[in-house]
Design a protein. Structure first.
Length: 130
């Protein structure tokens, strides 16, 4: 579900996180251990109502574009469908065979973008021009 509170840094042993002051979440692709300081949790809890994704997108008054790869293993495709369902002003585009980064990587060492990312660029360009 598109719920920020259920994401990686905000789940697990909160008391241990508070005691340690920081916890590390591994990036699945790069294997980097990303620091998340306890203040992040405190800020989220203090602003949780304001940061609720469903509430935010349900109240949008302008059109927005959702682009998701159907081979994304980081964010489930049903989250894109849920965002689209919550708002009458969204356009949902699914890119076939595209992963979380639209078949690119960090660092970028190619001379051209992937076909999936090229499609993303085309969709964004067309959306902006509408």
């Amino acid at each position: 579900m598109s719920d920020y509170g259920s994401r990686g840094p905000l789940i697990g042993n909160i008391e241990e996180w508070k005691k340690d002051g920081v916890k590390y979440v591994e990036n699945g692709r790069t294997k980097q251990h990303m620091p998340h300081y306890y203040q992040f949790y405190e800020d989220f809890k203090a602003n949780e109502e304001r940061l609720t994704i469903k509430r935010a997108v349900s109240n949008l008054k302008i059109p927005y574009l959702i682009i998701h790869g159907d081979a994304d293993t980081s964010v489930a495709i049903n989250e894109a469908h849920q965002l689209h369902k919550w708002s009458g002003k969204s356009n949902l585009e699914i890119i076939e065979d595209a992963d979380h980064v639209f078949n690119t990587k960090h660092p970028w060492d190619a001379n051209a973008v992937s076909p999936a990312l090229k499609r993303v660029i085309e969709l964004i360009d067309a959306f902006i021009k509408e």
